[in-house]
Design a protein. Structure first.
Length: 311
C-alpha cells in the first residue's frame, strides 16, 4: 500500500494513503542498512513510501515502511549533526515559497541567495514572499522595492503580504492552490501567522521576535505537511537562521545563479570560477552592471564556504 509522509518525529512517521487513511509508521530495522542513503534522515516529509500493516498492533493504525519511492526532487540543507552531512528538508514538491522580511527580523540577501541556489540545484521554482507589510515605513518600502526589482529582473516572482492585515493573501492562496509547496524562512518572519490565515482552525503557535537579538524564536520544530482547504498541500518547515549549502561543487555554483548562466560559456576558461581568472565574462558583466554586484558578492561568499570534502 502506498502512502505519503506528512510528518517525521524521529523514528516514527505520520503517513496518509490516497483514501485519507492515516497511520503511524516506522522503518523496518534493516531498511537503513540496505539503502544507499547519505543523509541524516533517510525518509523526509513528502516522500512516497510503501507500507504494510504492523501485525503487532491491535488497533491496525500502525504500519511498517517497507520501501521509498523514487523522488521527483528534494531540497537539502547542512545537517545540525555536521556541516558536511546533509539533511533532507522535504521531497516531491512543485515549488517553494520563501517568506522574507525587511524588518523584525530583516532577512539578509545572503540567506535569500543561499536558499535560491539550493532550490535551483534541485530544480524547484521559488516564489519570494515579503511579509509584514503593515510595519513598513518609507525606508522599508524602499528596500522592498529595491529587492523586488532585483529578483524580478532575474526571473523570480515576488509578493508583498501582511498576515496581520490579510493583505496579499488571495495572491498567495492562488499560487498554492492544487500544488505541493515547501514554505520556509527565518524564525520570526511570520510564516506560522501566514499559515494560520491560509488555514483557519489550524492555530499554529506563533511567538514574537526576540527583542534583544532581533532574531525570531523557533516555533516549528520539525517539517510537517498539511492539506490546504482550497486544494494543494503545504509543507511547513522549522525556522532556520542559516541555510548551509551541501552537494554543490564549486565549478557548478555559478549555474545556480540564474543571471550568470548566459555568460558562463563566454569565459576564457571552461573551469572558470569567476574570481581571479582572466577573460571572465561573468566578472565583466558585473563591471558593466548587467549582474548585480551584491549578488556577485553572495556568489563569492558562498564559493568560499564550499569545501572539497563536500563533493
Amino acid at each position: 500500500m502506498q502512502a505519503t509522509v506528512y510528518k517525521s518525529t524521529g523514528s516514527w512517521y505520520v503517513v496518509k494513503t490516497a483514501t485519507d487513511e492515516t497511520f503511524q509508521a516506522r522503518m523496518r530495522g534493516v531498511f537503513k542498512k540496505d539503502e544507499d542513503i547519505t543523509s541524516t534522515n533517510p525518509i523526509a516529509v513528502g516522500d512516497i513510501v510503501e507500507i504494510a500493516p504492523d501485525d503487532s498492533d491491535a488497533n491496525a493504525k500502525n504500519a511498517i515502511i517497507t520501501g521509498i519511492g523514487a523522488r521527483k526532487n528534494y531540497i537539502v540543507r547542512s545537517s545540525p549533526h555536521g556541516k558536511n552531512k546533509k539533511h533532507i528538508v522535504a521531497a516531491n514538491m512543485d515549488q517553494a515559497m520563501l517568506i522574507c522580511t525587511v524588518k523584525e527580523p530583516r532577512t539578509s540577501q545572503g540567506f535569500i541567495d543561499r536558499f535560491l541556489v539550493t532550490a535551483a540545484a534541485y530544480h524547484i521554482p521559488v516564489i519570494l514572499v515579503f511579509n509584514k507589510k503593515d510595519i513598513y515605513r518609507e525606508k522599508e518600502a524602499d528596500k522592498f522595492a529595491e529587492l523586488a526589482a532585483l529578483y524580478n529582473s532575474i526571473g523570480y516572482q515576488i509578493l508583498l503580504t501582511s498576515a496581520a492585515n490579510d493583505e496579499g493573501i488571495d495572491e498567495v492562496r492562488a499560487l498554492l492552490k492544487d500544488k505541493t509547496t515547501l514554505m520556509a524562512g527565518h524564525s520570526g518572519v511570520g510564516k506560522s501567522s501566514l499559515i494560520n490565515v491560509l488555514m483557519p482552525g489550524l492555530d499554529l503557535k506563533t511567538k514574537a521576535v526576540s527583542g534583544w537579538s532581533g532574531k525570531g524564536l523557533h516555533t516549528t520544530t520539525s517539517a510537517e505537511m498539511y492539506d490546504l482547504p482550497f486544494g494543494g498541500r503545504l509543507i511547513d518547515t522549522p525556522g532556520v537562521r542559516e541555510f548551509g549549502i551541501v552537494d554543490i561543487p564549486k565549478a557548478e555554483l555559478s549555474h545556480y545563479f540564474l543571471e550568470m548562466q548566459p555568460y558562463i560559456s563566454h569565459c576564457q576558461f571552461n573551469n572558470c570560477l569567476h574570481i581571479n581568472e582572466p577573460g571572465c565574462a561573468v566578472k565583466a558583466a558585473v563591471e558593466e552592471g548587467d549582474i548585480d554586484a551584491d549578488r556577485y558578492v553572495s556568489y563569492a561568499t558562498i564559493l568560499e564556504t564550499i569545501t572539497e570534502a563536500q563533493y
